[in-house]
Design a protein around this ligand. Structure first.
Ligand code: FE2
Length: 277
């Protein structure tokens, strides 16, 4: 079910999370001059809070050997040990729970890359899109999301990528993307057709709205599931890149679903259309 691009919500389950721990953090990274460091704080890796060499105490201040951890402590936690420790405890517990859920839901998956990120800043009014990792490598993606805020996280979802492509294939001449990096077609549809980040909220795709409760956990392959964050505060977004050989059905991997759709559409194409090309 997951591999075919369904959004899966874990029914009647909520993370037991200390929401106040993240509410106490400063979300502004403006005071950090180094743009690379600022970027790392914006797309924060959750274990930075609780993994790494322990800090040393020097003249009443904590000194971390790692500059990202130091910036988290100084800027986001206002140099306050209690705020840091509380956030670290909360994020460690949600991390452990995400790992447990991954093992339960995907016991056979063989991940080769793991990106455990936490979003702490507010997200509003995204345009409808499918995620694009800008890499055409043939891999499968497992994602686990959780709402780490005491307010709902509101998404709209619409058609799965392959369903959208099938529906609009001839209209947009999508056969020109056959055999190419699927991200090119994804970019064209999300940007030129749906408006991308420049021309937002102009599409008339069907919508299903979902309000995820505080602590609610959901799973999905976000290159297949269209989504649009309408409103959201803190969230956990854990991503595993998985070797295709370990999938329940490797034919369900994103690249292959796209290519098989091209084959299906080619087979269905009227003869006249084929000879005129
Ligand atoms: Fe996205």
């Amino acid at each position: 079910m997951f591999e075919t691009g369904q959004l899966i919500i874990i029914k009647d389950y909520r993370l037991d999370f200390d929401y106040g721990a993240l509410a106490a953090l400063s979300k502004s990274t403006e005071s950090i001059a180094d743009p690379d460091l600022r970027r790392k704080l914006k797309k924060l890796t959750a274990p930075n809070f609780f993994k790494g060499t322990a800090p040393k105490e020097s003249r009443g201040k904590l000194v971390f050997p790692d500059q990202v951890r130091q910036a988290i402590y100084d800027t986001m936690c206002h140099g306050d040990r209690e705020i840091f420790d509380r956030a670290a405890r909360a994020l460690r517990s949600s991390h452990d729970e995400a790992m447990r859920i991954f093992e339960i839901c995907f016991p056979g998956y063989d991940p080769f890359r793991f990106i455990p990120s936490v979003r702490l800043t507010r997200t509003l009014f995204e345009n409808l899109h499918w995620d694009n990792h800008s890499i055409d490598a043939d891999f499968h993606q497992a994602r686990i999301f959780a709402n780490l805020d005491s307010r709902p996280r509101i998404w709209s979802i619409s058609l799965r990528f392959t369903d959208w492509v099938r529906k609009h294939y001839r209209e947009h001449g999508l056969e020109r993307f056959a055999g190419k990096d699927p991200n090119l077609m994804l970019d064209y549809i999300a940007g030129s057709v749906l408006g991308g980040t420049k021309n937002t909220w102009m599409d008339s795709e069907p919508r299903h709205r979902v309000a995820f409760d505080p602590g609610e956990v959901w799973l999905g392959e976000s290159r297949l599931i269209s989504h649009q964050i309408y409103y959201g505060e803190a969230a956990m977004v854990y991503m595993w890149f998985v070797n295709v050989g370990s999938m329940a059905n490797p034919d369900n991997r994103f690249n292959e679903q796209v290519e098989s759709l091209h084959r299906e559409m080619r087979a269905e194409a009227p003869k006249a259309e084929l000879t005129s090309v």
